[in-house]
Design a binder for this molecule. Sequence first.
Ligand SMILES: C[S@@+](CC[C@H](N)C(=O)[O-])C[C@H]1O[C@@H](n2cnc3c(N)ncnc32)[C@H](O)[C@@H]1O
Length: 223
Amino acid sequence: MSLSEEINRSWEQNAAAWTRAVREGLIPSRRIATDQAIVEAVLARQPRRVLDAGCGEGWLLRRLHEAGVPGLVGFDASAALIQSVPASLRAKLHVARYDEVARGAVSFGECFDVIICNFAILEEHIGPYLRSLANLLRPDGTLLIQTLADSPIAAGGEWRTETFQTMDGTWEPMPYFFRTAEGWRRVFQDNGLRVVSLLEPADRESGRKLSMLFAVQNERAEV
Ligand SMILES: C[S@@+](CC[C@H](N)C(=O)[O-])C[C@H]1O[C@@H](n2cnc3c(N)ncnc32)[C@H](O)[C@@H]1O
């Protein structure tokens, strides 16, 4: 089984445990800072159309719906997670993988003001994914990518395994490619994307950084 197949299989198998963890606020970093950071970053751009790429069980779509964002679209590789997105959001949902989107296998209609990847880009070779998402943006649209906090390693990135051992219940381990800030900057540059801002949400009490939140735009975007 390839690493991407392993990633997808783990999310199908972890769907119920993940949905519970998210909805019951069991992940401290999300509770402390990273959820609020991505919600604020999206709403600050006053978007009318938003795509949540790798939306999971849909918590962010729900928050954006409550904030009055009218055009909500999401996709995720896990059918089980997509099924748990509340129908009341009236979001347009697709069961799809990034590589299928990159091949043009999904039709999204109009372009987006904001596209979000919230802890959802887990593979190593992501250039085609980034380019296809960037092509779905309006000319001045923004791609928001929230990912694990920086931890400089020489290579700029490496495969790791998330075992979910701090969480209750039974979990399937998930391989993922960890990328440093430098690694992210390189992949953006190589794929025609310009970093507009980088936030590093932190735990106010300890000062520990909890994530990196990149806002990127097409190089040719008007500013
Ligand atoms: C850590 S969860 C984050 C989910 C959601 N963005 C959130 O903030 O709760 C990672 C998500 O990425 C999705 N995912 C991973 N690889 C994917 C791929 N190649 N295509 C689409 N979704 C993918 C998983 O199914 C899972 O829902």
